[in-house]
Design a protein around this ligand. Sequence first.
Ligand code: UD1
Length: 361
Amino acid sequence: MNLLHIVGARPNFMKVAPVLTALKQRPHVEQTLVHTGQHYDVSMSDVFFQQLGIPSPDVNLAVGSGSHAKQTAEIMIRLEPVLQERQPDMVLVYGDVNSTVATVLVCAKLGIKVGHVEAGLRSFDRTMPEEINRLVTDQLADLLFTPSEDGDKNLRREGIATEKIFRVGNVMIDSLVRLLPMARQARIDGLPQRYALVTLHRPANVDDGPTLKGILESLLEVNRDLAVVFPAHPRTRKRIADFGLKAGQLRVLDPLPYVDFLGLQSRATVVITDSGGIQEETTYLGVPCLTVRENTERPITVSMGTNVLVGRDPQKLRTELSRVLAGKAKKGSVPPLWDGHTGDRIADVLVGQRSRVQGTN
Ligand code: UD1
């Protein structure tokens, strides 16, 4: 079997690594890795390949940044001849980034089967570019690998045949489980014992001047009680400069490598974020997470995990932060199948050793 994996952006890398490793151990599986180049900075891409032990891509499409239409179209144009030449039996796509949706569109037109890892997540907010990517990808995919029961339900409600849905668990947690011992050793000099770890990059939060200003002001207020450590996405850093805003006393760092960031998360007093994956990682780690969004496509992190949606309401952030500081943070548990073995379950499905999902009837 000839499988081709497509990755492009930072959150894809920790998802592809466990699947590549699991499939490497199966006989008669040939794998090709294509990087679209959506993320291209060393700190957003190369360092993740090194730490996660992902082999160098066989093909790099080097598309770089652009508007959504330009980036998506460029990936489609550059990917089509690669797929025509390599003729894979199946293409695997990950998550909800522009590289994911661009690939699925090309494959559907070429008649190449697609497996979507991390299918079925829905925020029900179509102003989010990722929600559009998720909806389109899942409609066109042939195999849908979901992390949790809500994913199965969403897909069935959208008319996806049950036979295509495989609940396999959360593949990102495989990478976390494997690298957590190393992450616990990783230290960043000069950081305080107790801190709030912050990440922000959603267009809705950072692309509008007054919104970003409001969030930074809330964080400066947090910083009075608890040091804020803020590894900033290149997009966020750029916006802070473009809007002439000041991060004041916040400890703003460059984007961190996977292991270093995981270490920081595991020791954080609280995490404040608008990322999707970090809501899941904090749930696994049992670290309180305050999500600066009005909704989440990962509701299990709220219903079972440590996640609380605070939206952009500074009052809500203050209230939840005081609960954390008073030792009254929300407690959670780890969702089923977030156990470090999702890559194996995906490999089993692909090589035909596993039929359908448990518990999705
Ligand atoms: C993308 C994903 C988002 C994911 C995020 C994680 C989409 C629609 N969005 O958002 O779901 O959570 O990645 O990081 O695919 N830039 C650099 N260097 C890089 C990459 C980006 O400087 O290596 C800057 C560029 O100015 C670029 C901007 O960041 O224009 C945005 O990058 P882009 O890939 O379009 O989206 P992200 O915001 O990273």
